[in-house]
Design a protein around this ligand. Structure first.
Ligand code: MRU
Length: 359
């Protein structure tokens, strides 16, 4: 079994096929941009940071496949590849963030008169760096986040934010992992997460492999558990965080945050700094992906609703920042007013990245 959700091997982008888990553990290989785009839109790979890393490898693949003889022509090919990759899923900002980072490097190199082969090599090296940094970012989120988890806490978690949703380790599940490793004696309520069941299929699989105590619950059970004192903290990830702290995350997150506030339970989003989008002032500006009818009207290919049932299937919702106790990032925990704390975290992360780039 491999340790990463996505990686580069022998000129191909490889990944765990998350559609098959937990029943089958299969590796999927993609050697075309069209294939990498499909791997994201069809959710072979999913989770904002994992999608970002896949886009970075996709850009490295685009450089490898480009027939351009001149650097500027290669940059033009890369711009096209970026457009195709970015369109695969709209909500997770990590996708466009990663492809932009790779494109910026190629553009910078093209201006320095390097060869196209050098650009190819540097693009792959940068994609590997980005993937490596994702793991470091998650470990840092875990270290900061473990501090807010009380001893013996029952944690309610939504969707999948673990090794599978990132390159490795996880964001909110990274916090769970770190708290467990610190001997906090935690237990996790795992939301099944309809309609695609990322909680039941993926989070349960990850936690059970690590012997972290858990129970799988139907999404609808969260209110009862919170009202009867069985939840000490609510934890989830994010696909995009606006400048004011509004959070886009898997559909159903908003319900949990409102229930948490109603019941006086702390509620945190665990978020890598690349997921913070300071260009958008608030959550109303975040594009919400709508997915196909069959995700709701069928379960594992079996129809559960009448023929031709009209379906509305938004994949994400927005949790207004007032429902969040804090946002756990790789630069520390951001507290209200989020407009200031998020800006500081983002600036600090970007400065660190820039300094690394100089050396
Ligand atoms: O549709 P998905 O499975 O890609 O949605 C994933 C989520 O909503 C996660 O909570 C989010 O990406 C954070 S993962 C670290």
């Amino acid at each position: 079994m491999v340790n990463r959700s996505v990686w580069w091997e022998q000129g191909q982008v490889r990944m765990i096929d998350q559609r098959q888990l937990p029943l089958h553990y299969e590796i999927a290989n993609f050697d075309s941009i069209e294939g990498v785009v499909r791997s994201i839109s069809d959710m072979y790979v999913r989770g904002a940071p994992a999608i970002g890393a896949t886009a970075a490898y996709g850009m490295a693949l685009a450089a490898r496949l480009s027939l351009a003889a001149q650097p500027k022509a290669m940059v033009a090919d890369l711009k096209q590849a970026k457009q195709r990759l970015d369109a695969a899923r709209p909500t997770a900002v990590n996708l466009a963030w990663a492809s932009a980072r790779l494109l910026a490097l190629a553009t910078e190199l093209a201006e320095q008169q390097v060869t196209t082969d050098e650009i190819r090599a540097e693009m792959l090296a940068e994609a590997e760096r980005l993937a490596e940094q994702d793991i470091e970012i998650n470990q840092s989120i875990g270290r900061y986040g473990a501090a807010i988890v009380p001893q013996g806490a029952h944690i309610l978690h939504h969707c999948n934010t673990g090794s599978l949703a990132t390159v490795d380790y996880g964001t909110a599940l990274g916090v769970v992992r770190a708290a467990h490793a610190a001997g906090k004696g935690i237990h996790v309520w795992v939301d099944e997460t309809r309609p695609r069941l990322q909680g039941a299929r993926l989070t349960a699989w990850e936690l059970m492999r690590e012997d972290i105590p858990m129970h799988l619950i139907a999404d609808n059970a969260a209110g009862l558990l919170m009202r009867t004192g069985k939840v000490n903290v609510v934890l989830f990830g994010a696909d995009r965080v606006a400048a004011n702290g509004d959070v886009a995350n898997k559909i159903g997150t908003y319900n949990l945050a409102v229930l948490a506030q109603e019941n006086g339970i702390p509620c945190y989003a665990a978020v890598p700094t690349p997921t913070i989008d300071l260009d958008l002032p608030d959550g109303d500006q975040i594009p919400i992906e709508e997915r196909r009818w069959d995700e709701v009207a069928t379960v594992f290919g079996k129809q559960i609703a009448p023929d031709n049932v009209p379906v509305y299937n938004p994949a994400f919702d927005i949790t207004p920042h007032r429902y969040l106790t804090g946002i756990i990032t790789d630069e520390g925990i951001c507290y209200p007013p989020f407009t200031e704390s998020l800006r500081r975290a983002k600036l600090s992360a970007e400065t660190r990245l820039w300094e690394e780039h100089q050396h």
